[in-house]
Design a protein around this ligand. Structure first.
Ligand code: ATP
Ligand code: MG
Length: 146
């Protein structure tokens, strides 16, 4: 899943002359719909690229706890204000700055991500600092009843 999502985003990484750092050593297996998990990772990578300057890095890594697969996507981009973070998962919500206004998105990406993660009984956490970057952390149970 991680490799597929990473491959799909590589043209956009190259276009902005960014560096893509992955760490997927552990062979984590979670229960879920592969295509949907690819969609989740792709959406978060797309944001990481869109909301970052050229020549910065994007980090994608996979970890696990006893009960969960853990995906971390981090960028060195524009970041988000603390007050904005509670709203970013709302449909059509976009942080209104010149930078995101030009980028032509719909504001649906994260609403879909949240929906797909919840469908896997997973959870998503955000940490962000304006001007420094953003990190999304996703927890997906290794085996949940479907
Ligand atoms: P879409 O994904 O539908 O094309 P979008 O990227 O604007 O449009 P979301 O993916 O839902 O919509 O993100 C909502 C808003 O959250 C974005 O407009 C942006 O302001 C902010 N945001 C999301 N990810 C990041 C990030 N990695 N760094 C900084 N801001 C972000
Ligand atoms: Mg988006």
């Amino acid at each position: 899943v991680m490799m597929r999502a990473a491959e799909m985003m590589s043209p956009r990484i190259d276009e902005k002359d960014m560096t893509f750092v992955t760490n997927m050593k552990s062979d984590v297996v979670v229960n879920g719909d592969m295509n949907r998990l690819i969609q989740v990772v792709m959406n978060l990578l797309a944001n990481a690229i869109t909301y970052s300057a050229e020549k910065t890095s994007v980090y994608l890594s996979l970890h696990e706890s006893e009960t969960h697969g853990i995906i971390i996507i981090r960028d060195e981009g524009i970041g988000m204000d603390k007050t904005e973070i509670p709203r970013i998962f709302e449909r059509f919500y976009r942080i209104d700055r010149a930078r995101s206004r030009n980028s032509g998105g719909t504001g649906l990406g994260l609403a879909i991500v949240k929906h797909l993660i919840e469908a896997h009984n997973g959870r998503i956490f955000v940490e962000s600092e304006p001007g420094k970057g953003t990190q999304f952390k996703i927890l997906i149970p290794k085996n949940h009843a479907t």
